[in-house]
Design a protein around this ligand. Structure first.
Ligand SMILES: [Mg+2]
Length: 368
């Protein structure tokens, strides 16, 4: 696998509605599209940190800097004997996971095309679909949240995830239960609680939720273990599971029962699969989360979500759920709660140049 050329395109697409979580809000979606050329093939990847650094310390600007000045110049001109060698090399680079993932996942697209198989098959999936769940952010009024859920549930999403934060938790869950009955439901606190909030989680425990995602600021694996022992609802870790060592430590302490694996957060497919296989060995449940990303990242998440053992629906939603437009053709679509995976070799979605031009913020070509 020889890396001939990389075209980096920073794009920005307006959101349909602002996305607010416990520690910040965005109204536009930034993404860095990586088009990696190797021996006549073009593979696509996406670096997609949230703007404003409130999910992680990485931003579109910091990733752009690392990709254009460091990672792309270092890999262009190199030759690798295998995908594994190339992705291992990428993993060892001193850069953030959110920057590396753009190139790493493009390498997998190239390899799937080279072998003539769809990306999800290369990853090891046996299914040709992913189950999709609806996620809604925080709103000023509970009625707005209920209306958002109502608007999208007709697409058949397999569960509902609501964001919570201190002061806006039990009342929101109660409202959803009141309006939508026993819909499969979960909460995501984005690490906004402390162990002293245990009484809140004891109360939430009464509502038959599928899981509590990332309750505690952390990693706080010891505190999370105490919380997990005190309640019946499974705890799902997201932000806290950045590395393999995090997973081992949290599993040993029994800090959680479900892992949210995000391709962006862990730096690509190779690391995501390592975490996936270790979770399977440990008997932990898994599902695939999103930032959310634009269509390339979303399609990658759907592909990974088709693996056995991804027991819960993914956060990957329809392109037009969050964005006014998307850079992929066709759009990612959810029908009856399912995303059908393309059966063409590679990612299976086209990225038209006119879409990239329409939403372009910056572009850089790196070649020998
Ligand atoms: Mg989360």
């Amino acid at each position: 696998m020889r890396i001939d050329r990389i075209v980096l395109t920073h794009v920005r697409i307006p959101l349909v509605e602002p996305f607010r979580i416990s520690n910040g809000e965005v109204a536009v979606k930034d993404g860095i599209v990586v088009a990696l050329e190797s021996e006549g093939l073009i593979g696509h990847g996406e670096s997609s940190p949230m703007a404003g650094s409130f999910y992680s310390s990485d931003t579109p600007e910091s990733c752009w800097q690392q990709l254009t000045t460091q990672l792309a110049p270092a890999i262009v001109g190199r030759e690798f004997v295998s995908l594994d060698e190339a992705s291992t090399w990428m993993d060892r680079q001193p850069a953030s996971n959110f920057a590396k993932v753009g190139i790493e996942t493009a390498l997998w697209d190239i390899e799937a095309q080279r072998r003539g198989i769809p990306l999800h098959r290369l990853l090891g999936a046996t299914r040709d679909y992913a189950e999709s769940g609806l996620a809604v952010g925080l709103y000023d009024e509970t009625g707005q949240m209920l209306a958002a859920i109502e608007r999208h549930l007709s697409d058949g999403y397999k569960r509902v995830k609501i964001k919570i934060c201190p002061g806006h938790d039990v009342d929101l869950v109660k409202a959803v239960r009141g309006r939508f009955g026993d819909v499969p439901l979960m909460t995501d606190a984005n690490a906004s609680y402390a162990l002293s909030d245990l009484p809140v989680y004891r109360e939430l425990d009464e509502y038959g939720l599928k899981m509590f995602e990332q309750p505690l600021a952390g990693p706080a694996f010891e505190d999370s273990a105490i919380l997990q022992r005190s309640i019946d609802t499974p705890i799902c870790l997201d932000e806290s599971l950045e590395t393999f060592a995090d997973l081992e430590r949290a599993a040993e302490l029994k800090s959680f029962r479900i892992a949210n694996i995000k391709i962006q957060r862990v730096g690509g497919f190779r690391n995501a699969l390592k975490l996936y296989h270790r979770c399977r060995e440990l008997g932990l449940s898994i599902w695939i989360g999103t930032m959310p990303e634009l269509g390339i990242g979303q399609a990658q998440g759907a592909a990974l979500s088709a693996l056995d053992g991804c027991d819960y629906p993914t956060d990957v939603e329809s392109s037009l759920r969050w964005f006014r437009d998307d850079i992929v053709t066709p759009y990612v679509e959810v029908r009856d709660g399912l995303i059908r995976l393309p059966n063409q070799p590679g990612l299976g979605y086209a990225i038209p140049e006119d879409k990239l031009q329409r939403y372009l913020v910056a572009r850089q070509v790196i070649e020998q």
